[in-house]
Design a protein around this ligand. Structure first.
Ligand code: UD1
Length: 418
């Protein structure tokens, strides 16, 4: 397992064009199996999760290539619809292939989910809503056999929670179902809007994406097209918070400013400036960060759970107290024990983390517990006094393309050791 050594205390300054979004690219890769012909994704981030998704597509019999951030998928010859247990354990988000497989083949074989690093990831919402569209699910050990004996048919589905993955599966399946599907309380994340726009350009008839109620008029077939994957809002926040702990400045390009809206007020309360300027988002940190009161993670347009750890790491060394309430996933505070090893004063009570800002963190040997927790430890290490060693970086590699290279280009002293 590799690690990063980070020498803290170097001010970060400069500009970057943010990588393509992992969470945006994954459902687009799933969509490629649903469409006829070739899908071409530009600005596709080179991440272990993306490579795993391409292997899943290879497993279906798709022809795939991936070079220089361009993924090309030809699904014409696809003739299999099963995802191996092991693959699903490695990447839980592979459940997003379910809707596409059912749309394409009327069959899918996946694994029943279990826990993962950030908590349980049940798929009851995916299953219940696909059942409403005529799908039948049979469990055999850990395997889930899914089929639509009479084809997929449109339905009205009210999600009890605006699950991102369930909404994506519904968009994929309903695009080629017979008749009209309405999804009430659909997720509104920017990645949902991107998937709907892509499917519409492939010939789907989806309206309401980003507004909470989706209407999807099923069509007979879709035709592949090109897409430039949107910039990764979560990675951008990681670079901003990393800059913030060093009192630095940053210009971020390649990102829709609107996708950062839920974070503008919390950043400002911490004393940071964040504003749009032409094609860039300018970010500047104060000499000393301030505690920002309370944030609660919520579905979009609320504060994103994926940026919760980055903010906590940013505020570990600040003036005052901050409260972070995690409402989306139950085990997303594992990194906090590691931050406390670096001298942070953070108490976790259930879903609430109470951050008592300290003067400064110090370097330590810490272990990434998961993707966003891991990148938050790197952020903390950049602001700490002395050298830190952040191990288990394979988690971080799932979501950040050359994290150490990007940070080094801004002035960080960071090295990958294998
Ligand atoms: C996606 C993102 C992830 C992000 C999350 C919330 C991808 C690849 N991953 O994950 O980075 O943190 O959205 O913004 O895009 N739930 C159920 N039953 C279900 C489905 C979900 O109870 O059938 C629960 C989950 O356990 C979790 C919550 O709903 O507590 C949110 O899950 P969901 O919105 O589905 O997140 P993902 O799509 O898994």
């Amino acid at each position: 397992m590799g690690c990063f050594t980070v020498e803290g205390g170097h001010r970060l300054e400069g500009s970057l064009t943010v990588q393509g979004s992992k969470n945006g690219a994954l459902p687009l890769l799933a969509a490629s199996v649903l469409v006829n012909g070739t899908t071409c994704l530009r600005h596709c981030p080179d991440l272990t999760d993306i490579r795993a998704a391409l292997l899943i597509l290879d497993g279906f019999g798709c022809k795939t290539s991936f070079r220089d951030n361009v993924a090309v998928i030809d699904s014409a010859a696809a003739d299999r619809y099963s995802i191996a247990d092991e693959t699903m354990r490695e990447m839980r988000s592979s459940i997003v292939f379910l809707g596409a497989l059912l749309g394409r083949f009327g069959h899918a074989e996946v694994s029943a989910p279990g826990g993962c690093e950030i908590g349980l990831r049940p798929i009851d919402l995916h299953i219940e809503s696909l059942k409403a569209m005529g799908c039948v699910f049979e469990e055999e050990g850990s395997r889930l056999h899914c089929s639509c004996p009479n084809g997929l048919k449109g339905a009205t589905i009210a999600l009890s929670f605006p699950s991102v993955g369930a909404t994506e599966n519904l968009l994929l399946a309903a695009s080629v179902a017979k008749g009209k599907t309405r999804v009430i309380n659909a997720a509104r994340e920017p990645e949902i809007v991107e998937l709907a726009d892509f499917l519409n350009r492939c010939g789907a008839r989806i309206s309401g994406a980003g507004e909470g109620i989706l209407e999807i008029e099923g069509v007979a077939s879709l035709t592949g097209c090109e897409e430039t994957v949107a910039g990764d809002r979560i990675a951008a926040v990681t670079y901003m918070t990393s800059c913030a702990v060093t009192g630095g400045r940053l210009a971020v390009r390649g990102l829709d400013f609107n996708s950062l809206m839920p974070l503008v007020a919390p950043f400002e309360k911490a004393g940071c400036q964040i504003e749009r300027s032409g094609d860039a988002i300018n970010f500047a940190a104060p000499k000393r960060l301030k505690g920002f009161g309370m944030v609660r993670t919520m579905p979009y347009p609320g504060f994103p759970t994926d940026s919760q750890a980055a903010f906590t790491a940013m505020l570990a060394a600040s003036d005052g107290t901050s409260l972070v309430v995690e409402n989306i996933f139950e085990s997303r505070f594992k990194y906090i024990a590691q931050l406390n090893k670096m001298g942070a004063d953070i108490r976790v009570e259930g879903r609430i983390a109470v951050i008592q800002g300290v003067e400064r963190l110090h370097g330590a040997d810490v272990v990434s517990p998961d993707l966003r927790g891991g990148s938050a430890l790197v952020t903390a290490a950049l602001g700490a006094q002395g050298v830190s060693r952040v191990s288990a970086v394979h988690y971080i590699d799932r979501g950040y393309e050359k994290l150490e290279g990007v940070l080094a280009s801004l002035g960080a002293v960071i090295e990958r050791k294998t």
